[in-house]
Design a protein around this ligand. Structure first.
Ligand SMILES: NC(=O)c1ccc[n+]([C@@H]2O[C@H](COP(=O)([O-])OP(=O)(O)OC[C@H]3O[C@@H](n4cnc5c(N)ncnc54)[C@H](OP(=O)(O)O)[C@@H]3O)[C@@H](O)[C@H]2O)c1
Length: 199
């Protein structure tokens, strides 16, 4: 398969690339490194990326830096706009523009996160957006053309292997959840990799 990984140099993205590279043609995307440089928060840059890539069989959206973590009392409009433009609009854009050039039966995987269900005082400019991308993908999945499928992976916080415990997973565990979602049938699912927490 020809698989596009947006955020390929990141904590989760680099592990996904390591798992897929032997068996697939992986196109790595980032703002500052990768086979293609693109900013998924920018419409023109995203269009240019898809033009350069041509047809593809899967796209995995694991770009980071998509949220502001501040105490709820300190959050301002700009913090919510930042999260909305990346976590929601950026991922919707990848799907909306991507379906135009994706091959038939292509698979899109998006990222949300467990803060949709396990909030804390610092998560209010990201957790609700995780819930929104979960819902968006669930709702649009049955409407996609050409047998194209879409799913979301919702990771728990990623920590170094030696610090993993209930509710904290390694980047490799997260990557394995994306690869399983890629290989398993179905569309519209939210795959919750929550490290043993109740889903
Ligand atoms: N890590 C966690 O604990 C955790 C938990 C739950 C959910 N998630 C979600 O999982 C996803 C990946 O997280 P991560 O921790 O692996 O991220 P990360 O390590 O911060 O990864 C950053 C990657 O995204 C690229 N990137 C950042 N902004 C970009 C942009 N505007 N356009 C294109 N590429 C961009 C970076 O490349 P450049 O620097 O070259 O742009 C890099 O490849 C995110 O959606 C995050 O919200 C993460």
């Amino acid at each position: 398969m020809k698989i596009v990984v947006v955020g390929a140099s990141g904590k989760i993205g680099s592990e996904i690339v390591a798992l897929l590279e032997a068996d697939h043609r992986v196109i790595k995307v980032g703002r500052s490194s990768g086979d293609i440089l693109a900013d998924y928060a920018d419409s023109q840059s995203t269009r240019a990326m898809f033009e350069q890539i041509g047809g593809f069989d899967a796209l995995i959206s694991v770009a980071g830096g998509d949220s502001v973590f501040k105490d709820v009392d300190e959050l301002e409009d700009a913090d919510f706009v930042y999260g909305f433009e990346r976590k929601i609009l950026g991922q919707i854009r990848l799907l909306r523009l991507g379906v135009e050039t994706a091959n038939k039966k292509a698979v899109f995987l998006f990222s949300s996160g467990f803060l949709s269900h396990y909030p804390n005082r610092f998560s209010l400019a990201t957790g609700p957006f995780n819930a929104a991308i979960d819902t968006y993908v669930q709702q649009i999945a049955p409407m996609l053309p050409n047998g194209i499928r879409a799913k979301v992976v919702s990771p728990a916080p990623v920590v170094p292997e030696e610090r993993t415990k209930k509710g904290l997973i390694s980047a490799r565990d997260a990557a394995e959840a994306y690869v399983a979602a890629l290989n398993e049938p179905g569309t519209g699912q939210i795959v919750r990799a929550w490290g043993g927490l109740e889903t």
